[in-house]
Structure formats: structure tokens, C-alpha cells
Unconditional design. Structure first.
Length: 712
């Protein structure tokens, strides 16, 4: 459905769309995957319902056929240089063709096609309709032709949006064409044939990110009737709703992608995504190099649908039990929630705020009341004297495992808006409340600056902003049994997908395909050495590789603090037995190619202290290496008794030294290296572990010396 804006003029009349259309089926974050299949190709829900490659081809063809209707265009939609000539035909017998170039569908007064080729020298949306007499007959057709004066080669996919000279949108959808170009033979360009070419609408999205010149957009694919058109995008299942998110304060470009991949491996729902390079043309001229916007992520929106978050669909007449119990998606949006919102009943000092219902839409009054009351019951139980009762306490309301995994992701990344913005939860029919999907993790791993979230020590869940948005995790962490389960889960994950080696392998897999795109991105946006990006504190490494290294180092130091007794170190006890949920939470399969949990073959194997080394053992691992340098990690593990401090020593060959260290005090005397615990990671319970990391220089391949650990 369209709005006509008389202030824009006749030619632009069809170009505005009500921003609220489909608002409830969209959320604010991203999913896609680079080609070839990257680490982020897993779905938000079970892949059993996802579109297969054959289905994707059929879905593209079906959407494209629907767009051209009963009109034949001699030149398919795409880009051109200089001029394009297009002839029209129709399958409707005895019909004439009328056409428009102003974006509107033809009517009986529109120009009549004479049979001669139409010639265009500027970007044009050509729309045509067969008429028998004065009556429209058959299906209308549309083709889009975008003028270009650049053909730069890209090894990433390319996304192009052209608004036909109508400028940039604000919060209302603006009519546009969207084209997507996929690399063939290793590269692509705007001169290639697009794999997706469709009518579309796009608008500004986001809160703080909307202030950046590298702007995020909400994107919808449209058919001829301005309804949703489903296209598969870069290997993702066909859909109409997407987000274009341009990492800007995140100068590694990968923070969100990293979290989405990691979350899916842990079993949390998260959007698919793909990296692409983006061109945005909003003036009347051809697309040129000055329209290049850099490296973006094209991401799935969070919505209740078969290939996204697959919950029961609440119909308008589902207003009684049991159907009214699901499915729902809601989120906390501190200072930014939009209607429909759910009020909290109780003392202001302990009530939630800014809770927005994302799905269903429209939300019926009975559904709103049921969901609010259900959340209120859980919220109140968290404050009750018996809140930790395994049968009647908070465990009766939530899927504890999903809450624990979300907590671990939030604390490892220390995303500055964790728990209070883009903090999603959902509930299917007859299930408990589950945490997720994950969304919006650009201000993480040392980027941001509010409430000292650039620090690797301390708890993000304790950084409560006023007025209160959500303190559920603060309440949950009052329960020693919950804390014990978090500790047990953390320590288990640290031996697998959250090990230092696995975390680094995931970074390497994400950054490998981005090298050339990153170079072009930072030529367009030279902010690498800028400390303040908008209101956010960011790293100032002068190269993209240095920015990635900052993220890597910060993350390893954060993980080491979480390993400490101040974090989730120490002994654990088996988790309590609790009744299983009525319906198991949705799960996702592991990534198609999971990151290795051991260093790659080129990395020297770890070396370990022989058993019995003075009450503790130490394992030395080279976690990364490059010409002239390396990164290492030493894991210290207490023996059969608790220790109050530790010292690790080892000896390097000539030409190898430690240049920087964290989570330990490291000194060198000649080739001998001594590392001593710092204040927060010296005390270890029997069998507990901690780790410290360091950077070093070397004149050759870094060695893996056997360390000696002495406890006090």
C-alpha cells in the first residue's frame, strides 16, 4: 500500500511507503553469509525447513517471472553504460501496451507503446501493461535499468540500491531498485548480470548507528502490487525483509558476524548474514565510484516465519487458552521502545521498562494482556523469597539453558547495550520463555566506552542504566545454583567452541575473505585512527589488521578474566535436576564447517608441564603467528589441592622474546621467562584453571617450550 505525497510532484508520487507496513515482522539486526559458504550460513531456526539450492533457483525465477508479468522486455533488468534500448511485447492477444517511467503503474491515459525501441540514458523504472481497448488485461510488468559509469571489480558480492534520483530516505520507505551481483570466477562488478533485480523500498534504521554517514538501512523487496516479494539472497532462504548494516564504529568489520556464528554454535537463534560491498545512488546521475559505501552485512530480520524464528503463528482470533500462549517475540529497547509496549506493575525501582512486542502484529488486546501477565508473573517470582525453588521458582518460567548461553555471549563480548537494548526473548505455544535471538553486537569486544565496557574485568549485567530496563539477569545471578550452572557451562565451552584456539580460528575464517574489501572500505571511510566515532570510544590501530588484532587481544584477555576466580573460575557442582520444558527449545545444527578446537596444523602443538610440577601444571600454546611475531597462551591448572598463587617459567631459543602480556606479570632475563599471577587470578581451587596471554617477536618459527609451574 502506497502513500501519495503531493509535495514530491507527480513523477515521485508512488515513491513513499508507510513505514509501519510489516513493522511487527522486522527487528533491528542482520544475517547473511559471504560466498563461498562462510561461517555464518546457519539459519536462525532448524534448516529442515530452509530453502534448498534447487528451491532457491526456483524461488528466484518465480519472483522474477511475477515481476515481468505478461510483458516481454527485450533487455532484462540490470545496469548499462551510456544508453540502453528496450523493446516491449506482450502475450495478451490483441492488446496494445501502455507504459510509464515515473514509477506508477500504467493506466488508460499512459503513453502508448508504438513498437519502436525505447531509449534511456538515465536510471529508469519501466512499467508496462497490456490493454484491450481501455481495459487493462493480463499482469503488469516491470524492468529496472540503472545507469553506471564504474565497473570496479570486487571479490565480495555487491549490493546496489538506486532511488531514481529521489534522495535518501528517512523513516519512511522510499521506492528504489535493488540489484545483487555475485562473484563468478572470483570477482564481480556492477557491469555483471545481477542474480537478484527487484523493485524495493528502503528506509533508515537503527538508533545510534543512524547518525553515521555509513548508514544502516531496512530493505524490503516488492512485487508489482507493492506487496512483499520473496527472493533468496546470497545463499539464504527466500524472503522479502532484510537489513543492510554497515560496520562503522566496529573497525574490525566482524564483531556482529562473530557473535552470530558463535551463538548459533552454542544453540542460540541468530540471523544469517553475508558480507557484501554496497553502492547507494540517490541522485539523478549514473552510479559511480562516489556512490560506493564500503563493506556491509546484509542480514535476515528477526521474524516469525518458517525460515527465520519458526514459532506458532498467532491469529487474530487466538484469544483463549491454549492457543493464546504463543508464539510471541519481544525485546527490551532502552529509551527507544515503540508500540505495542507492555507495562510493568509494581514499585518503579524494581519494574522493567521499554519492553516492546515485536510479534504478532497486530497484537490483540487479549494477547497483550496474557503476555504481559505471564511476564509479570515471572518478573515477580524473581523477587519472591522462594525465587530459586526448582519447581515453583523462576525455572518454571524460563528455559534456563538459553538464558545461560545468552549471558555467556553478552559477558564475553561485553556489548555495551547488552540486556537492555536489542535484547530479545520469545515464547512458543506451550513452551517456556527462551532467550534470543541475538541481535546488535557492534559495540562489543572493547568498542563503546559507556560504563567502562571497554574494560576486560567486571560484569556487564551489573551495569544498570536508569530508568531501569531489565534486571532479570541481576536477579538470576543471586541464585548460587544458577551461577554454578553458568560456571559449569563456561568451563565446558572453554574446552570447545570458546577455547582460545577456536575463538581465533573463527576470527581467521571471517577476516580471510574480507582483505580486499576492507582496504576499499577504509579508503572510503578513513576512520581507523579516530578514537571517538560518534559518542563511542574505539581502538586507534592504524591498519585494519591492527583493528582485528585489537579485537583478538581484547577477547582473549576478557576470556582469561572470566576464567579467573573473580569470574567463572573455581570448582563446580553438578547442576540441579529440573523438569524438562513441555516442548524442547528449538535447536540449530552445528556450523557446516565448525572451527577447529585445536590450533591449525601450521601452529606448533601445545606443550605441558609434566605431572606433579609443584602443585600446578601449565600448558603453553602458540595461538597465532605471522612474519616476525606470534601470540601465545599459557593455561595454569591447580593440582589436587587449592593454591593461592603460581609462577610459570620457560626458556626460549635465541631470537624469541615476549613483548607484551596480559593477566600475568611477565619478566625476562636473557632467554629465561618468568610469569607470575596478578591479584585476581592467583587463587585457584583444586583442578581449576586460568590463563594468560602474550605477544612476542621471533626471527624464525616460534618454538613451544615446555613450561614449569610452581604453586604457593
Amino acid at each position: 500500500m502506497r502513500l501519495t505525497d503531493p509535495s514530491v510532484g507527480t513523477s515521485a508520487a508512488p515513491r513513499l511507503r508507510i513505514a509501519g507496513i510489516a513493522a511487527a515482522v522486522m527487528l533491528v539486526t542482520a544475517f547473511l553469509v559471504p560466498a563461498p559458504a562462510p561461517a555464518g550460513a546457519e539459519p536462525l531456526a532448524d534448516t529442515s525447513s530452509s530453502t534448498t539450492p534447487v528451491d532457491r533457483t526456483a524461488a528466484t525465477a518465480a519472483a522474477a517471472d511475477d515481476l515481468v508479468g505478461d510483458i516481454g522486455f527485450s533487455v532484462p533488468s540490470g545496469t548499462f553504460s551510456g544508453e540502453v534500448s528496450v523493446s516491449l511485447s506482450t502475450t495478451v492477444s490483441g492488446a496494445q501496451i501502455r507504459y510509464t517511467t515515473d514509477g506508477g503503474l500504467p493506466n488508460a491515459q499512459s503513453p502508448l507503446y508504438s513498437g519502436s525501441a525505447l531509449r534511456f540514458t538515465r536510471t529508469t523504472q519501466l512499467r508496462a501493461q497490456a490493454f484491450v481497448g481501455q481495459t487493462a488485461s493480463g499482469a503488469p510488468g516491470t524492468a529496472m535499468y540503472v545507469a553506471r559509469n564504474t565497473s570496479t571489480a570486487h571479490d565480495l558480492p555487491v549490493v546496489l540500491i538506486d532511488s531514481y534520483g529521489a534522495g535518501r530516505p528517512e523513516r519512511e520507505y522510499l521506492d528504489a531498485t535493488t540489484m545483487i551481483f555475485e562473484p563468478g570466477g572470483g570477482s564481480t562488478s556492477l557491469a555483471a548480470a545481477p542474480t537478484v533485480a527487484t523493485r524495493s523500498g528502503f528506509r533508515l534504521r537503527g538508533q545510534s548507528s543512524a547518525m553515521f554517514a555509513k548508514t544502516p538501512f531496512r530493505l524490503e523487496f516488492w512485487d508489482n502490487a507493492d506487496d512483499d516479494a520473496d527472493y533468496p539472497v546470497l545463499g539464504m532462504p527466500a524472503d522479502s525483509d532484510w537489513v543492510l548494516r554497515g560496520p562503522f564504529s566496529d573497525k574490525s568489520l566482524i564483531r556482529e558476524a562473530f557473535v552470530y556464528d558463535l551463538g548459533r554454535q552454542l544453540g542460540l537463534p541468530a540471523p544469517r548474514y553475508a558480507f557484501a560491498e554496497f553502492y547507494l545512488n540517490t541522485d539523478a546521475g549514473p552510479v559511480g565510484s562516489d556512490d560506493y559505501m564500503g563493506v556491509y552485512m546484509i542480514v535476515e530480520t528477526i521474524k516469525n516465519s518458517k525460515d527465520r524464528l519458526d514459532l506458532k503463528q498467532l491469529r487474530e482470533d487466538d484469544r483463549t487458552l491454549p492457543r493464546i500462549t504463543g508464539g510471541y517475540i519481544w525485546k527490551f529497547e532502552w529509551m527507544a521502545a515503540e508500540e505495542p509496549t507492555l507495562p510493568c506493575t509494581g514499585p518503579a525501582a524494581s519494574c522493567w521498562n521499554y519492553l516492546e512486542v515485536a510479534d504478532p502484529s497486530p497484537l490483540q488486546p487479549e494477547q497483550r494482556d496474557w503476555l504481559r501477565n505471564h511476564i509479570q508473573e515471572f518478573h515477580n517470582v524473581l523477587r519472591a523469597p522462594n525465587f530459586a525453588d526448582p519447581t515453583t521458582g523462576y525455572r518454571a518460567y524460563i528455559d534456563v539453558g538459553s538464558f545461560i548461553d545468552q549471558l555467556i555471549i553478552n559477558e564475553l563480548s561485553r556489548e555495551m547495550d547488552s540486556y537492555i537494548r536489542s535484547a530479545y526473548f520469545y515464547k512458543d505455544r506451550d513452551t517456556k520463555i527462551l532467550a534470543g535471538p541475538l541481535w546488535d553486537y557492534d559495540l562489543s569486544f572493547g568498542v563503546g566506552g559507556f560504563f567502562q565496557n571497554d574494560q576486560t574485568a567486571g560484569w556487564q549485567y551489573q551495569q544498570v542504566r536508569q530508568p531501569l530496563a531489565n534486571d532479570w539477569y541481576t536477579q538470576l545471578m543471586r541464585d548460587p545454583a544458577f551461577v554454578n550452572e553458568v560456571r559449569l557451562r563456561w568451563q565446558t565451552l572453554r574446552r570447545g567452541p570458546l577455547s582460545d584456539a577456536s575463538l581465533q580460528s573463527r576470527i581467521n575464517a571471517l577476516t580471510g575473505p574480507l582483505t580486499n574489501g576492507a582496504q576499499r572500505n577504509f579508503q572510503r571511510w578513513p576512520n581507523l585512527s579516530t578514537r571517538m566515532v560518534g559518542p563511542f570510544i574505539t581502538p586507534t590501530a592504524p591498519t585494519w589488521q591492527g583493528q582485528v588484532q585489537f579485537m583478538r587481544d581484547w577477547m582473549l584477555r576478557r576470556a582469561a578474566w572470566l576464567d579467573s576466580t573473580a569470574g567463572w573460575g573455581g570448582s563446580t557442582t553438578p547442576p540441579p535436576t529440573t523438569p524438562p520444558p513441555t516442548t524442547p527449545p528449538p535447536t540449530t545444527p552445528p556450523p557446516t564447517t565448525p572451527p577447529p578446537t585445536t590450533p591449525p596444523p601450521s601452529t606448533p602443538p601445545p606443550t605441558t608441564t609434566p605431572p606433579g610440577g609443584g602443585g600446578c601444571t601449565a600448558t603453553y600454546t602458540v595461538t597465532n603467528q605471522w612474519s616476525g611475531g606470534f601470540q601465545g597462551e599459557v593455561r595454569v591448572t591447580a593440582g589436587g589441592a587449592a593454591i593461592s598463587g603460581w609462577t610459570v617459567t620457560w626458556t626460549y631459543p635465541a631470537g624469541q622474546t615476549v613483548t607484551q602480556a596480559w593477566n600475568a606479570t611477565v619478566t625476562s632475563q636473557g632467554s629465561a621467562v618468568t610469569a607470575r599471577n596478578v591479584s585476581y587470578n592467583g587463587s585457584l581451587a583444586a583442578g581449576a584453571s586460568t590463563s594468560f596471554g602474550f605477544l612476542g617477536s621471533t626471527t624464525g618459527t616460534p618454538s613451544t617450550p615446555t613450561p614449569t609451574c610452581t604453586a604457593s
